[in-house]
Design a protein around this ligand. Structure first.
Ligand code: PGA
Length: 255
């Protein structure tokens, strides 16, 4: 298997943006723009309260809806948290886990990322697992070690079969929301390093079949070059996913 046969996935990460009514408007605008663009999977990961509206608005289109986090317990006394079965019941199919903003601002650790991954997969959600180094780590030339370690810990007790429901997003933290995009070569290199980690753990077949995205200031203008790389199987897009026209260009570039 190779890039041509792997599933390309373009996912928007809306973060804490757009109320339900605005979410509906963006999806209505996006639907015709991505209609027929079926050579990639198109996903929008929206705020929890937007999910039901987004699922309804996306009906009859090729847009799939996901969440941006999930708790690792099935239920119980966890005020303010959301469980995997709640997401599934309102129609979310995907969930982002381990985004750097969760790691940076909300105490997310490699261990809790792993717990969330296991809980989400067990419930039947598909996971977009984020890994990536901070600027200091890149400058210290330990990007490969950091990203490999994050990937290995996140995938503890995830077996070969479960890997079918995992997408990995390589997101260098210094490139997120900064306008400072990784070069296509840097993105390709680190996505390749992640693929090697998968190959060592699961063998080549799984490594070659797993979608590995790049994320961090990907936009309409730079997406074609990033997506042309053999190890870059898609994108996780923040800012540029909030505008239907821009996001549609990226989906178009993934065809
Ligand atoms: P950005 O965000 O595209 O705005 O840099 C990417 C992400 O955080 O997933």
């Amino acid at each position: 298997m190779n890039r041509q046969t792997r599933n390309t996935v373009i996912a928007g990460n809306w973060k804490m943006n757009l109320t339900p009514s605005k979410a509906k408007a963006v999806i209505e605008e996006l639907k015709p723009l991505v209609a027929g663009k079926d050579n990639c999977t198109t996903i929008l990961c929206v705020p929890f309260v937007d999910i039901a509206t987004a699922v309804e608005a996306a009906k009859g289109s090729n847009i799939k809806i996901g969440a941006q986090n999930v708790h690792f317990e099935e239920k119980g006394a966890f005020t303010g948290e959301i469980a995997a079965d709640m997401l599934l019941e309102i129609g979310a199919e995907y969930v982002i886990i381990g985004h750097s903003e969760r790691r940076q601002y909300f105490g997310e650790t490699d261990k809790t990322v792993n717990q969330r991954v296991l809980a989400a997969l067990k419930a039947g959600l598909k996971v977009i697992l984020c890994v990536g180094e901070v600027l200091e780590e890149r400058e210290q030339d330990i990007t490969a070690e950091i990203v490999s370690m994050q990937t290995k810990i996140a995938l503890l007790n995830v077996d070969e079969e479960m890997m079918k429901n995992i997408i990995i997003a390589y997101e260098p933290v210094w490139a997120i929301g900064t306008g400072k995009v990784a070069t296509a070569e840097q993105a390709d290199e680190v996505c390749g390093i992640i693929r090697n980690v998968l190959s060592a753990k699961y063998g080549n077949t799984v490594a070659e079949a797993t979608t590995i995205q790049y994320g961090g200031s990907m936009n309409a203008a730079n997406s074609a070059e990033l997506l042309s790389k053999v190890n870059v199987d898609g994108g996780l897009i923040g800012g540029a996913s909030l505008k239907a026209a821009d996001f549609a260009v990226i989906v178009g570039n993934a065809q």
